[in-house]
Structures are given as C-alpha cells and as structure tokens.
Ligand binder design. Structure first.
Ligand code: PHE
Length: 463
C-alpha cells in the first residue's frame, strides 16, 4: 500500500504488522491488557485508601467520560497508522510535533514497567509461598510479616523481577498471535470465575456487610482534590490508555473490527473484574478487623485471610495468585509491546528489540525493586522510586498523554475522518454513537482531565 511504501520498501516486511487472528482474540488480548494488577491490586487498595464508594463513583465517571472515548480514539489511530505509537503520529501527521505523544508513551512504558514488574514479582512469590501452610492464616500479624520479609530482601526483590521480565520477554518474542493472543484468551475467564468464588466466600463471612457498605455507600465529604486525581489516574492506568498501548494493539486490528463496540465490552468487563476484586477483598477486610487503608500491601495481607477461612483454602490461594500473575502478564505484554513495536519499526529484529527492552527495564526497575530495602531512604520529591514511578505515570504521563490524544483526534484530525475510520467506511450504522463519543472527546474529556490535573496538583483551587 502507498502508505507503507513511502517509509521504505526494504523495511516493508517488518512494517506489515501481524494482525490478531479473530474477533474474540482481539477482545481477549485487549481485555488482557486492561485487566491486570490495576484491577486486582491497585483498584482495591486505592479505593480502600481514598474512602470507598465516593471514590468509586468518581472513578466510574472518569471511566465513561475520559477512559472510553480515549480508548476508542487510540485504537482508531493505531489501525490507521498500522504502526507503533511514534511512527503512527509521524505517518498521520507528518512534519508536526505530535509524535511526541508516542515518545511520551514509550517513556511511560518504562516508568510503569519499573514498578509493575516488582508487584508482579510479589504475586509470583506468593504463588510459591502459598504452597506452605504458614501463609494460610487469619492472623494479620503473620500475613503482614510474610509480606514485609519479602519486600525487605534486596536479592529476592531483584530476582522475582528478573523472572517476571524473562517470562514476559519470551512470550513477546513468540509474536502477536501465538504469544499475546493465545496467552490471554484462555486465562481471563478462569480468573473471573475464581474471583466469583472468592467473592461469595468473602460475602458470607460474619460482618461482611460493612465491607459492602464501604464499597457502595458514598460519603462525599471525605473526597479531596487529590483523591479525584487519583481516581482519574486509576482510570487511565486500568484501561491502559494515554501511552500508546491501546494504539499499538489497534494497529493489529483488522479493518472490519468494530472498534467502539469492542472498546465498550473491554471497559465493561474491566469494570466488572475490578468490582469482583473489591467484593472479594473488602468484606474480608471488615470481617477480620483489617485496615482498608493498608496501602500497597492490602491484597497480600487480606487475601490469605479469606482463604484461611474456607475449605480447600490453600488450593484456592495457589490458584488465585497464579491467575493474578497471568492477568499481570497480559497487561505487561501490552506495556512491553509499546517499546518493542517502536524498536521493530526502527529496523531492529523482534528478538533484539525485546532483549534491549527487557534489559533496560530490568535496570530502571531495580530502582523500584530496591525501594523497600537498600534504597528505602532515597527519596525524590519525598517519594521512594517505587512511589515516584507510580505517581508520575498514573497522575502525570497517562493523563497528559490522554489529553493530547483527545485534542489531536477531536480538534486536529476532525469529525469527517473520525466518522469514516470508526464506521469502517460507512459499513457500520453507528453515526449517532460516534457523534456522542466525538462530542465528549472534543469538549468533556480534555476539560475534565485539565481541571482534575490542575486542582489535584494544587495549581488552581476552589472555595
Ligand atoms: N491496565 C493494566 C492493569 O490494569 C496496566 C497497564 C497500564 C497496561 C498501561 C498497559 C498500559 O494492570
């Protein structure tokens, strides 16, 4: 095609990306990117820390008004450009600076992976730990100690991170269909089923009702501008938007894929998995007198208590952490793919690109891995590297990236091209829906993101 030839015919083979093979594969790979530690680890702990239901409602609003439209826009751009995030903007808008959005996405991939691989490493370690009886207990002091022992060991922290990176690297080398698509397709339904089982057990514990109240009965008086910014950041993070991951996956979509419908399913299913995780965790938190605001270790101290109080708990616990690690892998595949796709388009082989990316990520990641041990006292802006990477990616890089994508698509790219691209050249009768999405993307999304960022960062103040 003319577009590809203009980049240089010698690299044509590489620039012709492999596509996801089926509609179900598209849905599952995209969902595999969205569903991850964001749902099972971050969503519960942030909801716990920020007061529960009111936070959840703000998060929902961000998902509908910001998350969904940006996801659609990103996937559309990727399918148009048929390339990585940087190259796509270069092709679609040559001789402008919009490619910087893609470059920021590549940077975000590193920053996120730096701490994400560490948390995934904890999950891997918990798979192994679950085999020993010691962890299956309702005694919070014991589960706390087990967690602290893990994160305080520098070597263990590094090794689990390397294992994670090695595994993800191997799957990425296998490629889009055999690696990404095949892995995610099988595992997600099992994870959801397991969460339902854990949820039922958690809900039937004595005192569980308090957990539900916490999760679903809002108290807006406790909501701060900071918490609203956190909810926005969580929406970006959980939906994998604002950094080119959805754009890169969009470049593997076929031309007849119904992007808005697929995105709606992904957003809905992602939300469902988060709520299931919340229902699995919070009733248990209250039933066993644990702290909902425990922070990053919440998952690792509450989940063992739920399992300790059910028959065959240990078996279920092994399964739970195993499936969580698979969910994390699905998400990491899309994070790494942003960088690998970029390097492949620079002319490197897929293998070499993966190797470079994984090694670089291990180096940056060690700063986060050691944040609870040897680097615990090294603080930047008062945050450890682990917290800094988390804060900068979710609260700055992703929202700013998303804001720019919304502005680019709605104000620069414009309605006629948007409509043509997302109706698949008028073969889908979805003009009304597209109008709504476009209008939100043009006015509501950018304003909301800007407002939340400026208040969250204390740049503007109300009242
Ligand atoms: N959405 C993933 C999760 O919830 C994390 C992620 C963020 C993946 C950004 C890709 C891009 O775990």
């Amino acid at each position: 095609m003319a577009e590809k030839a203009s980049v240089g015919s010698g690299r044509q083979a590489r620039l012709q990306p492999e596509l996801f093979s089926t509609g179900l594969g598209v849905l599952m790979a995209t969902l595999g990117s969205a569903v991850g530690l964001g749902n099972i680890w971050k969503f519960p702990y942030l909801t716990g820390k920020n007061g529960g239901a009111a936070f959840l409602i703000v998060y929902l609003a961000c998902t509908v008004l910001v998350g969904f439209p940006i996801m659609v826009a990103e996937q559309m751009l990727g399918r148009k450009g048929r390339a990585d995030a940087v190259t796509t903007f270069r092709k679609i808008s040559p001789r402008t600076a919009w490619w910087l959005i893609g470059a920021m996405g590549v940077l975000a991939a590193f920053v996120i992976m730096a701490y994400y691989t560490e948390v995934a490493g904890w999950v891997f370690a918990y798979v192994v730990k679950s085999f020993s009886h010691g962890l299956v207990t309702t005694d919070a002091a014991v589960t706390n100690a087990a967690f602290n022992q893990l994160v305080a060991s520098p070597w263990l922290s590094l090794v689990v991170q390397w294992v994670v990176l090695l595994l993800v690297g191997l799957i990425i080398v296998l490629g889009v269909t055999k690696g990404i698509e095949a892995t995610t397709k099988r595992l997600l339904p099992i994870l959801a089923g397991l969460l339902v089982i854990i949820g039922i057990r958690s809900l039937t514990l004595p005192g569980a009702a308090k957990g539900l109240e916490f999760l679903f009965k809002p108290d807006f008086s406790a909501l701060t501008a900071q918490a609203v910014m956190t909810a926005l950041g969580l929406a970006f993070f959980k939906l994998s938007i604002g950094m080119g991951a959805m754009l890169t996956y969009g470049s593997y979509y076929s031309e007849d894929q119904n992007i808005p419908a697929n995105a709606a399913r992904v957003v809905g299913a992602d939300l469902l998995v988060s709520l299931l995780a919340g229902v699995a965790i919070f009733p248990a938190v209250f039933a066993f007198g644990l702290q909902p605001a425990a922070g990053a270790q919440l998952l690792f101290i509450t989940i063992p208590t739920v399992f300790a109080s059910m028959p065959f708990g240990q078996v279920f616990m092994v399964l739970f952490f195993l499936l969580t690690s698979f969910a994390a892998i699905g998400a990491m595949l899309s994070l790494i793919e942003v960088v690998v796709a970029f390097l492949v388009n620079q002319g490197l082989s897929r293998k070499l690109s993966t190797l470079i990316t994984v090694v670089a990520m291990a180096l940056v990641g060690s700063l986060a891995a050691l944040s609870n041990s040897v680097l615990a006292n090294v603080k930047v802006f008062g945050l450890t590297f682990f917290d800094l990477f988390d804060y900068v990616s979710s609260n700055l890089l992703l929202p700013i990236g998303g804001l720019l994508i919304a502005v680019f698509v709605a104000w620069v790219w414009g309605w006629p091209k948007f409509q043509a691209a997302l109706s698949n050249g008028d073969t889908l009768a979805n003009a009304g829906l597209l109008r709504v999405i476009f209008t939100i993307l043009k006015f509501v999304t950018p304003l909301l993101v800007l407002l939340i960022l400026l208040t969250g960062l204390n740049i503007i103040k109300f009242g």
